[in-house]
Write a protein that binds this ligand. Structure first.
Ligand code: FES
Ligand SMILES: [Fe+2]
Length: 355
């Protein structure tokens, strides 16, 4: 049984990554090939030719169809083989599976599981990613670690003080207690840490120009399994949001992560930082891109290391958890529930369609 929930949407790519070529990417153990048709529609097919298994992502596109790079089997956007060399009749079974994909908020989402169950309304939102009111920097780092380690990492921000000291971490992040709420029906975990009088980390002092101490709010929303949002509010100490009207004395940064399992021991870490200030300032853009990449790589190094430790340990190893882990433990409970539900729905769908 895979460790990720099926019958779920996952971030497969950024919209801009799918242009006029073929993109191969393994999502939840499924090797997929993505491309964009002339009309702009994104297509996802199994990345394996039915003939001798050549990867279609290493083949080429012609008129919205993939021509296999080995012997030329040609597939349309539904996955049906429409041409084979040296024969007119194409075997009826010559088709590769096609996956349901949707583009929303500049992300390409793929539905992993029973394709008939795909429901577009369930895709979580991150509207600032393609809003003119924000400037976004982003990247993707492949992790050699299971996705649950990245969920743990993002749900507890106390690690900022230690792993990311000098960038985003200051003593207050580890010292201020958190509040945690769980919406069991929506499968969302909320973790908040509001610091009223905190040191301003270089990441924010350099990008906002604030000098002196700050009010720093971190409100996390984890939409299990795939989308993580950190609403970050930074303002000079004492400046709280007004009762009414826009919160325009504060700087807002939306940190967004797509947490996509690739294989059991690999994860695609899509990271995005959106800001509502200095929108056209190239220097701020460059600073946030470079610094956030550094922060992400600090996590990558730590998580790749942790994966080796976890893989090598004896079964039933007991971890110790404390208050700061409340959000991560809630996330784990939801993921366990979703894994079980995914399996049940797939089994139920199979039972109905079995002859
Ligand atoms: S492997 Fe693709 S056509 Fe032979
Ligand atoms: Fe981190």
């Amino acid at each position: 049984m895979p460790s990720w929930p099926v019958n779920q949407w996952y971030v497969a790519a950024y919209s801009e990554e799918i242009g006029d070529g073929l993109l191969g990417r393994t999502i939840c153990g499924e090797p997929l090939v993505f491309y964009r048709t002339g009309e702009g529609e994104v297509v996802a097919l199994a990345d394996r030719c039915v003939h001798r298994r050549y990867p279609l992502s290493l083949s080429h596109l012609k008129d919205d169809q993939i021509v296999c790079g080995y012997h030329g089997f040609t597939y349309d956007k539904t996955g049906a083989c429409v041409a084979a060399p040296a024969q007119k009749r194409i075997p009826r079974t010559a088709r590769v599976p096609a996956w349901t994909v949707r583009e929303q908020d500049s992300l390409v989402w793929v539905w992993i599981g029973d394709q008939e169950l795909a429901d577009e309304a369930l895709i979580p939102r991150a509207p600032w990613l393609d809003s003119p009111d924000y400037t976004v920097v982003r990247g993707m780092e492949p992790l050699k670690a299971r996705y649950s380690l990245l969920v743990d990492n993002l749900m507890d921000l106390s690690h900022e003080t230690y792993l990311h000291g000098g960038y985003i971490g200051t003593p207050e992040v580890a010292e201020t207690p958190i509040t945690t709420e769980v919406d069991e029906d929506a499968n969302v975990v909320y973790v908040s840490r509001h610091m009223d009088d905190a040191e301003c980390p270089p990441f924010y002092s350099k990008s906002t120009g604030i000098d002196g101490r700050i009010t720093r709010w971190q409100d996390v929303e984890y939409h299990a399994p795939c989308l993580y949002l950190l609403h970050s509010r930074i303002a000079p100490a004492g400046v709280l949001p007004p009762e009414e009207g826009p919160d325009d004395k504060a700087f807002h940064v939306e940190v967004t992560y797509g947490i996509t399992p690739s294989t059991e021991h690999e994860t695609l870490d899509f990271w995005m930082v959106s800001r509502d200030f200095a929108l056209d300032d190239e220097e701020v853009t460059e600073f946030l891109a470079t610094n956030n990449h550094t922060v992400v790589m600090q996590d990558v190094v730590a998580l790749d290391l942790l994966e080796k430790v976890v893989e090598g340990e004896k079964e039933n190893y007991q971890e110790l958890s404390i208050n700061i882990d409340t959000g991560a433990l809630a996330a784990r409970r939801i993921l366990t529930k979703l894994v079980a539900q995914g399996e049940e729905r797939t089994a139920a769908a199979k039972a109905v369609t079995a002859p």
